[in-house]
Design a protein around this ligand. Structure first.
Ligand SMILES: Cc1cc2nc3c(=O)[nH]c(=O)nc-3n(C[C@H](O)[C@H](O)[C@H](O)COP(=O)(O)OP(=O)(O)OC[C@H]3O[C@@H](n4cnc5c(N)ncnc54)[C@H](O)[C@@H]3O)c2cc1C
Length: 500
């Protein structure tokens, strides 16, 4: 059995990694409450793989070995749906609040390995490296994190045109041992408590950027790799009544590579602008991780819509028509998210790499609309909660001698006890209004690239021909009504003109 336990994962984090938090180098990430909370949440996911009830949902048997389902490339509908069920189980265990649970990057490296011939185009070693890395993940069950984006500096300039050549991550040296890389990548969510970091390019590179185009994976504890955590969003993760979602504060970080040696067997690709821009789509990593993202997102939407319903029922406002309309609206968004997941799976096609690949159109549709749906869900929760969201006493008050005397003022409608109402209001605020809740919103906007350019990609990649044929038919109403042959107006809207 190669799936690891939570304890094994936690033990592996004491490896001398260089993590910085609030101006201090952290000696032991498990001794820092915020980092330890994140690590223990991940550890619970590792333990879940061993739970007799969840084992067959989350893992698969291969001979004597068991592996995470996220490392299996789906070849048929049953396998794709089974992987979807595994994504859902992990998301349910974390309320969809852990965007970068271990199954996320597992899914990407599995897609890379399936698409080994893509990497072979640059050098046959690279495809072998991608499959060997996937095999190593199967054998060791490490927690993989990733960082793909270069620091902004100037988004108006390409990587090689930046004022400082060492800000965007680039190769500064090639030797017989490997490549030495310098610069930074972001946003490395959960990197401080991950085993490995995988770096790969997203589209946007231009000719001249060759040294900046690279994909590789190294242990987080590699010399020269410096992990700088962002400001923690939860002051004290042990105050679970006040901040019930604190265990899901998946710390983000900037990953600074200070002349880091990446051995050749860990390099998947480098030095090709065109390949860098195509990598995420051509390997179908976008499609496969997309399935993960929309399932996780729907589970989060279930939490948010559930909070909205509970708030309305608890205050008795669910009897008012305009409140029912709001609830119907957010429940409708949830249903659209679920429908998108089904469409992505139902329209899946076998890719050129032989894997059954989720349809990208529903994935991109949810990628664009889900942040808007989430934003509205947050707004509805705040409208329903009103001032009550900001009038709950502190956790300590509920445990003090003050509480019995004031408890009656915090009760809800229909006999809801005060502590239950306070807990719900705190949950609602944590999910929507706290720094944690705001980060969750920002995550939905940006977790897989710039939504503006992704929406544009939806258009340029979409098969609009059937739509334009409909327009063509509608422009010829005589033929449509009388079922007569088409009048030749010429192709007013030729699909080929609009497909670039
Ligand atoms: C909470 C959170 C966690 C994340 N976790 C991870 C992670 O674990 N791993 C990872 O790799 N990434 C992660 N991401 C990063 C994510 O991949 C990026 O945020 C995303 O790709 C957008 O890039 P950016 O933030 O640099 O924004 P930008 O690309 O700089 O976009 C900011 C704004 O500028 C506009 N803009 C920028 N450049 C252009 C341009 N050339 N043309 C037109 N408009 C432009 C955009 O439209 C947008 O409005 C995370 C992001 C968030 C918010």
């Amino acid at each position: 059995m190669t799936i690891r336990t939570g304890a094994e994962y936690l033990a592996g984090l004491r490896d001398g990694r260089e993590v910085w938090l609030a101006g201090r180098r952290v000696g032991d990430v498990l001794a820092e409450p915020v980092l330890a909370a994140a690590a223990h949440t991940v550890a619970r996911l590792y333990d879940l793989q061993h739970d007799p009830e969840m084992r067959d949902v989350l893992t698969f048997q291969d001979g004597d070995e068991r592996h995470p389902l996220s490392l299996a490339a789906p070849r048929d509908t049953q396998a794709l749906q089974r992987r979807g069920a595994a994504f859902r189980a992990t998301a349910e265990a974390t309320f969809g609040l852990l965007g970068r649970s271990p199954d996320f990057v597992n899914t990407a490296v599995t897609a890379f390995a399936s698409a080994a011939p893509f990497f072979d185009k640059a050098d046959p070693h690279f495809g072998r490296n991608a499959t060997a890395y996937h095999a190593a993940c199967l054998a060791g069950d490490p927690f993989l994190s990733h960082a793909t984006i270069n620091p902004p500096l100037s988004r108006a300039r390409s990587s090689h045109e930046q004022d400082d050549p060492d800000v965007h991550l680039r190769i500064v040296r090639e030797t017989s041992e490997g490549v030495t890389v310098r610069g930074a990548k972001l946003i490395g969510t959960l990197v401080p408590v991950a085993d490995e970091i995988v770096v790969f390019p997203l589209p946007g590179y231009r000719p001249g950027d060759e040294a900046y185009t690279l994909a590789f994976a190294i242990p987080v504890a590699t010399p020269g790799l410096r992990i700088v955590c962002r400001e923690p969003l939860v002051a004290d993760p042990s105050r679970l009544l006040s901040t019930p979602l604190a265990p899901y504060e998946e710390i983000d970080a900037t990953c600074v590579f200070d002349d880091v040696l990446v051995p050749w067997n860990r390099v998947f690709f480098h030095g090709d602008v065109d390949a860098a821009n195509r990598l995420y789509d051509a390997t179908t990593a976008r499609h496969h991780t997309g399935q993960h993202s929309i399932i996780r997102g729907a589970v989060k939407a279930e939490l948010l819509t559930g909070i909205a319903v509970a708030l309305a029922e608890m205050s008795g406002t669910d009897t008012f028509l305009h409140i029912k309309e709001m609830l119907g609206e957010v429940l409708g968004s949830l249903e659209l998210a679920r429908a998108g997941i089904m469409a992505a799976e139902a329209d899946a096609k076998i890719s050129e790499w032989g894997t059954l690949t989720p349809a990208i159109a529903p994935v991109l549709a949810l990628r664009y609309h889900f942040p808007r749906m989430t934003s509205r869900m947050i707004e509805v929760i705040q409208l329903l909660g009103g001032g009550s969201l900001l009038s709950t006493p502190a956790e300590e008050d509920l445990r003090s001698e003050l509480w019995p005397g004031i408890e009656r003022y915090f009760r809800g409608a229909n006999g809801v006890p005060a502590e239950k109402r306070v807990r719900l209001l705190k949950l609602a605020w944590d999910a929507t209004g706290s720094a944690f809740g705001q980060r969750q919103m920002q995550y939905e906007r940006y977790h897989s690239g710039d939504p503006v350019r992704l929406a544009a990609a939806q258009y340029t990649g979409y098969d609009t021909a059937p739509l334009l044929q409909t327009v063509q038919r509608a422009m010829d109403p005589m033929r449509t009504q009388a079922n007569t042959p088409e009048t030749d107006f010429g192709d007013v809207y030729s699909p080929s003109e609009t497909a670039s």
